[in-house]
Design a protein around this ligand. Structure first.
Ligand SMILES: [Zn+2]
Length: 200
């Protein structure tokens, strides 16, 4: 799924704390937002592998959530929310498409790398691919209600996610068509940062 969807899912996971524990909700929303975006910082260096740890984030998130429940300090809640966000991100990547330039063709069996088992997990394609109409539907169905629930900077993040996500979905196939041409002009010394699927 696309990054705006990951971000909005993270915010949606933390949103119940606005009611359940309002004084911890800012920490939870911040942590969950950062955690749900964090794995994709590996976009240009081993995407869905370098910072994607489907098993390890989950294994850390469970005790962290228990600790947050017991200790209930903003720091512990923020860390727990970060780990939950990152774990859910990696899980979502499995439910989407594979790692390839034109994921709607469905030729890649790489969804997310499992460092514990030492192999790639296969895409389930419940959401066909990142930037697909189904991806936009998921983004909108969570993002629009959040506009009424969240305030301040978090609401702004949702507005930006909805706008960027919509544009990305509209342009998704065209971007895939021009990407190899654009990346062909990248200087040799930077070429190793170009994801494999974009190399002409
Ligand atoms: Zn990802």
């Amino acid at each position: 799924m696309m990054l705006p969807t990951h971000a909005v899912v993270g915010l949606a996971l933390a949103a119940p704390l606005l009611v359940l524990a309002p004084d911890l909700s800012t920490a939870a929303l911040t942590g969950a937002l950062l955690g749900s975006v964090f794995p994709d910082l590996d976009l240009y260096a081993g995407h869905r592998r370098t910072l994607h740890y489907p098993v390890i984030y989950t294994a850390l998130a469970v005790p962290a959530a228990v600790a947050a429940f017991v200790i209930a300090s903003p720091l512990v809640v923020g860390i727990a929310a970060f780990l939950v966000g990152a774990a859910v991100h990696c899980r979502m990547d499995r439910y989407g498409g594979g790692l390839e330039l034109r994921p709607w063709e469905g030729t890649s069996e790489k969804a997310v790398y499992d460092h514990v088992r030492g192999r790639w997990r296969r895409p389930k394609r419940w959401i066909e691919y990142d930037g697909s109409p189904g991806d936009l539907l998921l983004l909108a169905s969570l993002g629009v209600p959040l506009l009424f629930v969240l305030e301040g900077p978090f609401r702004l993040v949702v507005v930006v996610c909805l706008a960027v996500g919509t544009i990305y979905v509209v342009l998704r196939r065209r971007l895939a068509a021009i990407a190899p041409t654009v990346f062909a002009y990248v200087p040799d010394r930077l070429a190793r940062y170009v994801p494999e699927r974009y190399r002409p």
